[in-house]
Design a protein around this ligand. Structure first.
Ligand SMILES: Cc1ncc(COP(=O)(O)O)c(C=O)c1O
Length: 183
């Protein structure tokens, strides 16, 4: 089979993924952190180690900064809808974001009265850092952008954007669904 839908979901999964899931189901699929018995503690240790590895991967200041969700859609919804926006706040995003970003933003616009500016990609289907920095105002509370588009694969220089906005209070939400991986 030739599988062409990798931007939506990789297939086949790496062999190690199946092996790790089978091991968990067969050997220690107890409630992590909810019991004092050996299996629960073993499951908790695996969760803790995973959290630590992810904190290292993303260079988080502490492993408590890593939260687990069922998928990227739920995590992005939580990050966007859970933010304490007020009427008149401003958000910058792009027309190329995934539905998991565009839908909660649309709901916020309708329900909370926030203003959203959508950056359009240029003729190379990418954006420049200045496309965002020039739109920033005192009301801008959040910038939501994917690190790599699931449509074009274009990479955005997210680090540079963060550096340029280090003195601004806007929160940058990065959708790294296509780029968060480890060798
Ligand atoms: C850029 C991007 N964001 C979000 C998602 C949603 O991911 P999930 O299926 O884990 O909810 C995807 C899925 O393909 C994606 O490509």
């Amino acid at each position: 089979m030739l599988y062409f839908d990798h931007a939506a979901s990789s297939f086949p999964k790496p062999k190690k993924v199946g092996e790790a899931m089978k091991e968990a189901v067969d050997l220690y699929a107890a409630n992590p952190g909810r019991g004092g018995h050996a299996l629960s503690q073993q499951a908790a240790a695996v969760v803790k180690n995973t959290r630590k590895e992810l904190a290292d991967l993303f260079q988080a200041p502490h492993e408590s900064h890593v939260w687990f969700y069922q998928n990227a859609t739920m995590a992005l919804n939580q990050a966007i809808v859970g933010f304490p926006f007020e009427v008149g706040d401003h958000i910058i995003t792009t027309t190329f974001e995934h539905n998991s970003v565009l839908r909660p933003l649309k709901a916020l616009e309708q329900q909370k009265g926030v203003h959203i500016t959508y950056v359009e990609p240029d003729h190379t289907e990418s954006y420049q850092v200045e496309d965002f920095t020039k739109l920033i105002t005192e009301q801008t509370k959040m910038i939501v952008i994917s690190h790599a588009s699931n449509v074009t694969g274009a990479l955005f220089p997210i680090k540079e954007l963060g550096e340029q906005l280090s003195n601004h209070h806007a929160t940058i939400v990065v959708d790294a669904s296509q780029t968060a991986w480890k060798n």
